[in-house]
Ligand binder design. Structure first.
Ligand code: 0GY
Length: 307
């Protein structure tokens, strides 16, 4: 057995004891953005990774799911595992049908492997444009991947910085699948939510087949976590951005925890607080049901009842 690689300097482990949320999730709620890391003794991290995380395996993910009152998960391949989808697949297969996966694949993946991923529960591929996370694949390779997965009914998950959208949106619009944008398109939350940058993002959502993850307030926020112990309002500066997306596109939004929260500096969120953030951005029971249940069920478990 190889010696586990040491965590990246300053790496923050996931919250060991998240609080119980005050907000009760509706029955059938889906955490549509989370990851598994390793455990690296069983699922070694990719040699080309740009960070080495702590372990955060399926048992811990499923324990968090149950503690928060979530019913299902969408497990997104994390960059630290490169194109080796084994840890993600192992978790999806162990979930009794309560998880779907989003993979990272190369364009030369063969049909049998794609079919195997589909049968295991994969429904999308992720394209990542953050330089601190990956050396982005050439666009012709990404377009080839999208063409390979489109016939399976999969979508492409996009992770990019808002400042890069003007340069990327033509490419995104050319892809033949639905698109799912991570973390509100990473807006600069010090700019106004009705300002030109975020408005441009919303027009991109409006004019294309785009879903938006209303996720990661802890990653986007500048004002940060609650100032006082026990206070349950946090990440206030992100609220107008998230709320605008939920109100303008109530049928195209998804929510997720982003557990185990890679690459955070400063603080590790209490996942219970992330659940309590939801009613601030999705104010009505109808908005909440769409965000948490109806929309992710339609995208990841079409035809199944949330039950
Ligand atoms: C996220 C965000 C990040 C990392 C990854 O796959 C990843 O490594 O997605 C990040 O560092 O912003 O969605 O988990």
């Amino acid at each position: 057995m190889s010696t586990p690689a040491p965590k990246s300097p300053g790496w923050l482990d996931w919250h060991p004891n998240p609080s119980r949320p005050v907000f009760q999730l509706p029955p059938g709620a889906v955490d549509a953005h989370c990851h598994v890391f390793g455990p690296q003794e069983r699922f070694p991290f990719a040699p080309e990774r740009k960070y080495t995380p702590c372990d955060g395996g399926k048992e811990q993910l499923f324990a968090l799911r149950d503690r928060l009152g979530v019913s299902r998960n969408v497990i997104v391949q994390a960059t630290c595992h490169g194109v080796d989808n084994s840890a993600m697949l192992d978790a999806v297969l162990a979930s009794d049908g309560r998880a779907r996966g989003v993979a990272t694949v190369r364009p030369d993946i063969d049909d049998a492997e794609l079919r195997r991923l589909h049968e295991a529960g994969v429904r999308g591929v992720r394209f990542n444009f953050l330089k601190r996370l990956v050396t982005a694949a050439p666009r012709d390779e990404l377009a080839a991947v999208a063409r390979r997965v489109a016939p399976l009914g999969w979508h492409v998950v996009l992770y990019f910085e808002s400042a890069d959208l003007p340069e990327l949106e033509g490419f995104f619009a050319s892809l033949p699948t639905p698109l799912v944008v991570d973390h509100l398109g990473r807006p600069d939350v010090t700019a106004p939510a009705d300002g030109p940058e975020f408005s441009r993002f919303l027009r991109f959502v409006e004019h294309n087949d785009v879903w938006v993850k209303v996720s990661c307030p802890e990653r986007l926020s500048v004002t940060g976590p609650p100032a006082l112990d026990g206070e349950r309002h946090a990440y206030t500066d992100v609220v107008p951005f998230a709320r605008r997306v939920v109100e303008e596109f109530p049928d195209d939004v998804l929510w997720g925890t982003d557990w185990p929260h890679p690459n955070l500096t400063g603080h590790m969120p209490d996942d219970g607080l992330l659940v309590d953030h939801i009613p601030r951005v999705a104010p009505t029971a109808e908005h909440q049901r769409k965000l948490l249940v109806d929309n992710p069920m339609r995208l990841y478990w079409p035809g199944e009842s949330a039950g």
